[in-house]
Design a protein around this ligand. Structure first.
Ligand code: FAD
Length: 479
């Protein structure tokens, strides 16, 4: 029996459950397919960087698959609604009797998978779906009342205990599906014609081998200091693996497995740095179980329902200033310029820029979420939506609406010497650190002839405005 493996956000050979099981079960060979869906990706705000990253990894994966005798087909299905027909055609053409895939948890993706499953089951094709994007499948752990978690800390407690007891072992690379070594892979013209955008080399290594090397060098060289350096945007203290994880070029179980191996098999009670890093992997799982249990977050709605009543301002000029790094707040501007230039942003700076948009400017977090998604190489719906709703105080385990980060004090705390700011805001290179984190002193110390905008808002007044908007929304929703 020949099988078809439908690859999506799992572009790798090692620890790929759908691929592994298809190869193990199928005596007559395996074919892989990737559906190229630019129209749907556009609707999901994928930007050119993410699309380019997908194509470059597809190119690498196609060659890796060919080396073990599995042809990779890349077919056009402009929208998700085109997927059932496209897959049925391939299944029939290649006489496949089974379809294998790894689950995607977002609302539209899950609906598409259900449509595909119904259609091919009707035609007598077997379907096998696997949980792959996570370390613990959504629903594996539950609150004491049996529900889904909406607060991270108890989730982490249960998650780490569970994983400690039943460590999920990554699956090996599948064995060669055929002895045919004549296979070659070439991206079809419709895919190649999408001009790749140059991506920063540090964060966006291409291909499974490079991602594993990056993981190993992070774990052996930097992870022990992760807890100290992870909040310093000028330090190269994080793994930079988010894009590889978002596309499944690397599996989270492989990350966990290698981290624990280095830490004498411990999750709890091991090295502080490695444990802090594993905790971030648990955040990925947390946000994915939120998508599955509270599908409204996948449909543009807030997790905390009364916050949908907040009256966001409608101000295109402020939005543009934020997008272009021209707000007059150095840390925010540095972040927004780094994002625009490289397609990546440090977690602390993602939080500060997101909170600045949603609180200081009181602009709808969904506008920021979409902008991030269009710019990021590592754009990942669950993490992006989770991070935005956290920052805007509308989400799970959100910062309470009255706890609003002051971007000036955040800068003095996490970039005291201004190294990060000076990298991305050249106008401020000559400004002394002691003047960089105070709006009044900064204005007085900008060298003559250099233009840097006045702050769009005064943080203290903006804070009062944001708290009032949230309080009004809360009152409106109270019967
Ligand atoms: C507003 C906002 C938007 C975000 N958008 C995205 C996004 O689109 N894609 C994305 O992958 N991450 C997103 N994050 C989470 C986080 O900022 C990035 O994962 C991290 O900065 C990536 O850098 P790294 O790979 O060096 O992470 P490391 O610090 O090395 O962490 C390892 C991995 O853990 C995961 N992780 C780390 N922090 C978080 C977190 N807070 N929430 C969930 N998972 C986490 C990521 O997969 C990351 O690669 C967002 C956070 C915020 C506040």
């Amino acid at each position: 029996m020949k099988s078809l493996v439908w690859l999506r956000s799992d572009l790798r050979l090692e620890d790929n459950p759908a691929l592994f099981h298809a190869c193990r079960d199928s005596a007559s060979g395996v074919i892989a397919v990737f559906l190229f869906s630019p129209d749907q990706w556009g609707r999901h705000d994928w930007g050119p960087r993410k699309t380019a990253y997908v194509l470059r990894n597809l190119d690498s994966l196609g060659r890796d698959l060919a080396a073990i005798g599995i042809p990779l087909l890349v077919e056009e299905a402009p929208l998700f609604s085109d997927s059932p027909k496209a897959l049925q055609k391939i299944l029939e053409l290649h006489c496949c009797k089974a379809l294998y895939f790894n689950r995607e948890y977002e609302f539209n993706e899950a609906a598409r998978d259900e449509q595909v499953t119904n259609r091919v089951l009707d035609r007598g094709i077997a379907v096998r779906a696997f949980d792959d994007q996570v370390i613990l499948a959504p629903g594996t752990i539950r609150t004491q009342k049996g529900g889904a978690y909406s607060v991270f800390t108890p989730f982490w407690r249960n998650w780490s205990q569970h994983v400690d007891e039943q460590l999920p072992a990554p699956l090996p690379k599948p064995l060669a599906a055929s002895t045919d070594t004549s296979l070659e892979f070439r991206l079809p013209e419709f895919a190649r014609s999408r001009r790749p955008v140059e991506c920063s080399k540090v964060h966006f290594t291409v291909g499974e081998r490079a991602a594993k090397e990056q993981l190993n060098s992070f774990l052996t060289q930097s992870a022990s200091d992760y807890h100290r350096l992870r909040d310093d945007p000028a330090a190269n203290g994080t793994s930079g693996l988010s894009a590889a994880l978002a596309l499944g070029v690397l599996s989270p179980r492989t990350c966990l497995d290698r981290a624990i191996e280095l830490d004498d098999g411990l999750i709890l009670g091991g090295q502080e740095g490695i444990q802090a890093w594993i905790r971030q992997l648990a955040w990925r799982d947390f946000y994915r179980q939120v998508l599955v249990s509270f599908s409204r977050v996948s449909r543009g709605r807030s997790f905390i329902e009364w916050t949908d009543q907040v009256e966001w301002r409608d101000n295109e000029e402020d939005l543009d200033a934020w997008r272009n790094g021209q707000t007059g707040v150095p840390l925010v501007d540095a972040g927004m310029r780094q994002l625009r230039q490289t397609g990546w942003l440090h977690n602390r700076v993602r939080m500060v820029t997101a909170m600045y948009l949603s609180k200081d400017l009181l602009l709808d977090w969904r506008q920021g979420e979409a902008h991030f998604m269009r710019q990021l190489v590592d754009g990942d719906f669950a993490n992006n939506n989770g991070g935005w709703q956290w920052s805007a105080s509308t989400g799970v385990d959100a910062a309470p609406y009255f706890r609003i980060m002051n971007p000036w004090t955040q800068a003095s705390r996490f970039d005291p010497k201004g190294e990060y700011i000076r990298t991305w805001v050249p106008e401020l290179r000559e400004v002394d650190s002691s003047n960089l984190h105070d709006p009044r002193k900064l204005r007085e110390s900008i060298p003559a002839g250099l233009e840097y905008p006045e702050p769009l808002v005064d943080h203290r007044s903006a804070r009062i405005r944001a708290v009032a908007a949230f309080e009004k929304a809360k009152q409106l929703s109270t019967p």
